[in-house]
Design a protein around this ligand. Structure first.
Ligand SMILES: Cc1ncc(C[n+]2csc(CCOP(=O)(O)OP(=O)(O)O)c2C)c(N)n1
Ligand SMILES: [Mg+2]
Length: 361
């Protein structure tokens, strides 16, 4: 092409997108990550003033993993997770108001206020919990994968766990069965390098990516701080699984910016303040996407601030909703309790009718 014909691209001119993702999709992903960040900050604030009690594990720093791996799913797919799941539930389609109300223990919460932070559920949108027992959800995921295959459907079940879960028996038993039956389950380790205060390198001789090898399950590594990479990677992987590729194992490398839970300090003795500061500075998933979108002319500072304000408002509204909701009734406590007549023939309550007046076994 002659020099005069060269079309100069204006700096910051709106481009089609980045790495095959459209500008609209990228803005949607940015909105999601901003919502997750503001939502978790609001939860942190509410916890500090005693509006939320019990356990509360924040996902701040790990937003790209939640958005990229879940927003690439279909609504009829399943996602199941551990206890660091507030933002994953929102990504799958649970109303932020119902998530916040669950954290507050209110009747309007996604589990009627009976589960709290670690037990967000909404089967309507395929979010199958919120599980507090490390690794236990992997067995349920295999069961869901089996159900999908039995019904001859092309859904996918994605199962999240932390790096501490891969040394649990349940994880290996579940993965083995998923492999034998070639089930459509994607086991994703949110590898933030620590299980509470224990570095993964201290509890495993092998690197994470080798954990599925003995089961014949293909392993992949993805940068969970980079949403463009994460979203593209999972979109392709789910397409293969729908086509019958069988179970997959993903080492999604990420980093949590806060303590293990609201009761822990950000750094503590197991990781240094410098390490955390360097990660926050260089690997904040929101900043990584922001820089790429600014560079491609898909977003500017003003647009970002407007988006952020809108997401902050959604988080605030969720907190107001939770604040103004009622506590569950006392009788509701027994609605989901299954019990047989006790060994001493004492009265039991099955959730139907009035609450018992007699003793309980
Ligand atoms: C079977 C079992 N053992 C121990 C615990 C206590 N526990 C709660 S969280 C946790 C660490 C889990 O770390 P990881 O899986 O890496 O997830 P992360 O918190 O980093 O997201 C442990 C040991 C538990 N909940 N379940
Ligand atoms: Mg961990």
């Amino acid at each position: 092409m002659a020099e005069t014909e060269t079309v100069e691209k204006e700096p910051n001119a709106p481009s089609e997108g980045i790495d095959g993702l459209s500008g609209d999709r990228l803005r949607e992903l940015m909105r999601a990550m901003l919502l997750f960040r503001r939502f978790e900050e609001k939860a942190e604030e509410a916890y500090a003033i005693g509006k939320i009690g019990g356990f509360c594990h924040l996902h701040i720093g790990q937003e790209a993993g939640a958005a990229g791996s879940i927003m690439s799913l279909r609504r009829d797919d399943y996602a199941i997770s551990a206890y660091r799941e507030h933002t994953q539930a929102i990504a799958k389609g649970v109303d932020p108001k119902a998530v916040m109300a669950e954290l507050y223990g209110k009747a309007t919460g996604s589990s009627g206020g009976l589960g709290g932070s670690m037990h967000i559920f909404d089967a309507e949108v395929g979010f199958m919990g919120g599980h507090g027992i490390v690794g236990a959800q992997s067995a349920l995921a295999t069961g869901m994968g089996w159900a999908i295959k039995y019904r001859e459907l092309d859904q996918v079940c994605v199962c999240f766990m932390g790096d501490a879960a891969v040394n649990q028996g349940a994880f290996h038993e579940s993965m083995n069965m998923a492999a034998i039956w070639q089930l459509p389950v994607v086991f994703v380790v949110e590898n933030n390098a620590y299980g509470m205060g224990t570095a993964f390198s201290r509890v495993s001789r092998n690197p994470m990516v080798e954990k599925s090898a003995s089961h014949g399950v293909p392993a992949h590594t993805v940068n969970g701080q980079d949403i463009i990479e994460t979203y593209r990677f999972f979109s392709d992987l789910y397409a293969e699984v729908r086509e019958g590729a069988g179970p997959q194992f993903v080492d999604m490398q990420c980093y949590r910016f806060k303590g293990h839970s609201m009761s822990d300090p950000v750094s503590g003795t197991y990781r240094s303040k410098d390490e955390v500061e360097a990660k926050v500075e260089k690997e904040d998933p929101i900043k990584i996407l922001r820089d790429r979108m600014f560079e491609a002319g898909l977003l500017d500072q003003e647009g970002l601030e407007a988006m952020d304000a809108e997401m902050r408002e959604i988080a605030n509204e969720a907190a107001d909703f939770a604040d103004n909701s009622d506590e569950p009734s006392q009788a509701a406590m027994y609605d989901f309790v299954y019990s047989e007549l006790g060994p001493h023939g004492r009265y039991f309550f099955d959730g139907r009718g009035d609450a018992p007046t007699g003793g309980r076994s």
